[in-house]
Design a protein around this ligand. Structure first.
Ligand code: AMP
Ligand code: ZN
Length: 121
């Protein structure tokens, strides 16, 4: 996919619109490249989404040159967990594609915590 196509997709992308301030969000943490905000339909007492400000369609859309950004996402999630007081632990989830039940095509990490979570699967 060319640069232009990915920019067109970013126009309509709900998370890009949040990054641009066109849609409201409950911001939890931010750096120059990463934004964390509360999930609109939380499935745990703490449910925060951590996203790159740059539009990447999913983990499958990440490339070699995104390596340091991917690291920043994980460290941002760690910051969010600390800020939210998740001292007893938490879960980080990335859904990819249909079988992963990905519903928003902009890479995001779910930070889930605040209760004992169920088994995976
Ligand atoms: P996924 O199923 O992994 O693609 O997760 C997408 C998540 O984004 C879901 O948990 C939605 O509840 C959440 N979501 C969708 N739109 C918004 C929004 N405008 N603000 C906050 N969270 C959202
Ligand atoms: Zn986007």
């Amino acid at each position: 996919m060319g640069e232009g196509a990915s920019k067109d997709m970013a126009e309509d992308c709900v998370f890009c619109r949040i990054v641009r301030g066109e849609l409201p969000s409950q911001k939890v943490w931010e750096s120059d490249k990463v934004l964390a905000f509360r999930d609109i339909h939380p499935v745990a007492p703490v449910h925060v989404l951590v996203i790159p400000k740059e539009h990447i369609a999913g983990i499958e859309g990440a490339r070699e040159d995104h390596a340091s950004l991917l690291g920043e996402l994980l460290l941002a999630a760690q910051n969010v967990a600390e800020k939210e007081g998740l001292k007893d632990g938490y879960r980080l989830v990335i859904n990819q594609g249909t079988h992963g039940r990905q519903t928003v095509a902009h890479l995001h990490l779910h930070v889930l915590g605040g209760r004992l979570l169920g088994a995976m699967g």
